[in-house]
Design a protein around this ligand. Sequence first.
Ligand SMILES: Cc1ncc(COP(=O)(O)O)c(C=O)c1O
Length: 393
Amino acid sequence: MNNRQLFLSHLAQTTDFPLLIEIEKAEGIYMFGPNGEKYMDLISGIGVSNIGHRHPKVLEAIHKQLDKYLHLMVYGEYVQQPQSLLAQALVKTLPESLDNVYLVNSGSEAIEGALKLAKRYNNRREIISCIDAYHGSSHGALSVGGNEIFKRAYRPLLPGVRNIQYGDKEQLNHISTATSAIILETIQGEAGIRVADKQYFKALRERCDQTGTLLILDEVQAGFGRTGKFWAFEHFGIIPDIVVCAKGMGGGMPIGAFIASKEIMEVFKDNPLLGHITTFGGHPVSAAASLATIEVILEEKLIDTVEEKAELFKSLLKHPKIKEIRNKGLLMAVAFDSFDTLKPIIDRCIEDGVITDWFLYCDNAMRIAPPLTISREEIHTACERILKALNEA
Ligand SMILES: Cc1ncc(COP(=O)(O)O)c(C=O)c1O
């Protein structure tokens, strides 16, 4: 059997129409197939390769760590330098109050930890989340997701969860002294890039302060420079109580984190002790890769280029079929009138070596979230091919 047959026979399938693109190697913004195919990755493996594939500094950090040790012990017992240095680097990017990092393996796991932490901290049970939110696929993360189609088959989920409309100030009144936490994506990703305004975030913070509700911001897609700030919440002048990250954090390696104040995080130590446990969380190789990723983002000043690159995309992607472009930095949605219009365009782009996608809850918009390292010339090439696909599809 060839690789494609093995994939279809022995790997669990999640749709009847997987992309089935085979990749042998990846470098920078490019992925290479076994028969000479060359693809521009305009979606960064869904928000992961913010610094491109196989960044040399990440590879170097991984190699160095491989020569020292792999897994040693479950999370939170041994002093492992890659974890400590990563935590230090992370808190340096954050406001002073967010000074304590719990390392996990993925976005969903980080969401689980954040929800548990909030419940333990204020001993309340209600959680508010947003319609059309995506926070992951595990039971807890699914419970606070905002799309019934994905939830229905898995009920009963977590009790005490209610959804409000992201960006609607009026609905913040649902947050009460019974609410343990409100969780929201700073920028809604799978909803097709929805961005609330500064007034909304200010009102959200105020309501949380009035009611003693913890504000959890999910920056799994929006963090790590993607929107033109290291953290997307920096655009809105507020500070969350807990911030959640993953995806772009590892530079291509699996890692996630939820980050809060030491005072909040302390509750995991007692009654019961070991309030959140993970075997592999903050794996030393992933932690070393993540530290290198932060250094690359900061040293290469990638964040400074995001806004200009996003504007270049927007100025080039002009076509009667394009109805709207929504974005915050290089987290972009190019909207068409329907999925039927968009799907052949995406397929045509892939044939021409450009990988885009649609969104989980928004199938009429093209996802564009390239590595932040993409050059201006590459943006021109990508947009030329997208426009060609628009004309031909
Ligand atoms: C905003 C957001 N939160 C959480 C997750 C879950 O992350 P993971 O797939 O690493 O579990 C995702 C994944 O797409 C996401 O986009």
